[in-house]
Design a protein around this ligand. Structure first.
Ligand code: 5GP
Ligand code: ZN
Length: 136
């Protein structure tokens, strides 16, 4: 299914032009228009899924395969020294376009970006409770 008002549906299906790095029957990989670093790319499924929770398992597996292939190529061609794979779900997690996508962000020593979090302290007791909440 495509969503008529979704910009990534239009880009993924070629209705809006983009700098396409890769395309197959199910995915398009494009350059991000507001890049964190040189070569920042987005992996878009051609079908509309708002987020990871809506994504079928098979598509999720395929997305990781194309991510790996493109990440390998970027490491070779761009001369980056690392690469972040980022995927945001929900406004609270920083998602701004509600069509599932994965970010490939090449990293360079001097790129001035910091993609991460501030580690918090947690006790063994708290870890146990969290484990129970998730798994039991
Ligand atoms: P999110 O915050 O949802 O994880 O990421 C959305 C990403 O899409 C941002 O990095 C933003 O720069 C990018 N973006 C938004 N609109 C467009 C567009 O029209 N074309 C391209 N190529 N990237 C876009
Ligand atoms: Zn869409």
């Amino acid at each position: 299914m495509k969503e008529t008002n979704c910009i990534f549906c239009k880009i993924a299906n070629g209705e809006i032009p983009s700098k396409t790095l890769y395309e197959d029957d199910n995915f398009r990989i494009i350059l991000d228009l507001g890049p964190a670093t040189k070569g920042h790319a987005l992996i878009l499924p051609k079908e509309h899924y708002a987020n990871l929770f809506e994504l079928p398992e098979e598509t999720a597996g395929e997305a990781m395969k194309v991510a790996k292939k493109m990440a390998d190529k970027m490491m070779k061609r761009l001369g980056c020294e690392g690469l972040n794979v980022v995927q945001n779900n929900g406004e609270m997690a920083g998602q701004t376009v509600f069509h599932f996508h994965m970010h490939l962000i090449p990293r360079y020593r001097t790129d001035g970006q910091s993609i991460g979090w501030k580690p918090q302290e947690v006790s063994q007791e708290e870890l146990g409770k969290i484990y129970e909440q998730i798994c039991q």
